[in-house]
Design a binder for this molecule. Structure first.
Ligand code: FMN
Length: 189
């Protein structure tokens, strides 16, 4: 288990190819997402899967949003934006569904819970033999992209997890040195 956790490495979306997880595999992966720590049992997350031709439609949504944001965007750049969803066979959009002014759980905790769900989904994908990468970029924030995906303006697209079979073995990455991120509080008097 620890070796699987330590070995998780994001793969470039272009290197995630068919086959995507089967429906049964995907549901198991997403079930792991549902175990995310969740203050006050709010279940502040929603997962949207995008496969097949729907990825072309999402590319059109991305391109229209990019043009609206920058009407002078060169055609080659627009073409690249349009192709983005086609890089991997499956995209899981993770949405933080926000309850404003909750008495126990401020918005940041709801977003953190959705982020935890995203990481758990990536780990479950790894444990199932698939690769993934968590991407955001401007498409996570453009109001027209949110609207097209049925995401309320007050909710947040936490990420697009691109998923598929790694085209080649993941190269282990150098990881940060623990001591640079660790201290012990010695409770000074
Ligand atoms: C909220 C969030 C958004 C991210 N968005 C992007 C992105 O748009 N583009 C990108 O190249 N990496 C993005 N990343 C980083 C990758 O998912 C990945 O973590 C990074 O490439 C390091 O690889 P590793 O997961 O193997 O450590 C994002 C990560 C997080 C947590």
């Amino acid at each position: 288990m620890l070796e699987t956790l330590e070995a998780r490495t994001s793969m470039p979306a272009m290197q995630l190819v068919e086959p995507a997880p089967t429906q049964a595999q995907l549901e198991r992966i997403l079930h792991v997402g549902l175990t995310a720590p969740d203050h006050a049992s709010m279940r502040p997350w929603r997962f949207i899967t995008i496969r097949g031709d729907a990825r072309n439609k999402l590319g059109e949504v991305f391109a229209a949003a990019a043009i609206k944001d920058n009407p002078d965007m060169p055609d080659e750049k627009i073409a690249r934006v349009r192709q983005k969803p086609l890089r991997s066979p499956l995209i899981v959009v993770i949405v933080a569904t926000i309850t404003a002014d909750h008495p126990k759980t401020p918005e940041i905790e709801q977003i953190l819970s959705a982020g935890a769900a995203t990481t758990l989904i990536q780990l479950a994908a790894t444990a199932s033999g698939f690769g993934s990468i968590w991407l955001s970029g401007p498409n996570a924030y453009f109001p027209d992209v949110k609207a097209a995906l049925g995401v309320a303006p007050t909710d947040h697209i936490v990420g697009f997890v691109y998923m598929g079979t790694p085209a080649k073995a993941a190269v282990p990455k150098p990881r940060p040195v623990l001591q640079d991120h660790l201290s012990e509080w010695l409770a000074p008097l």
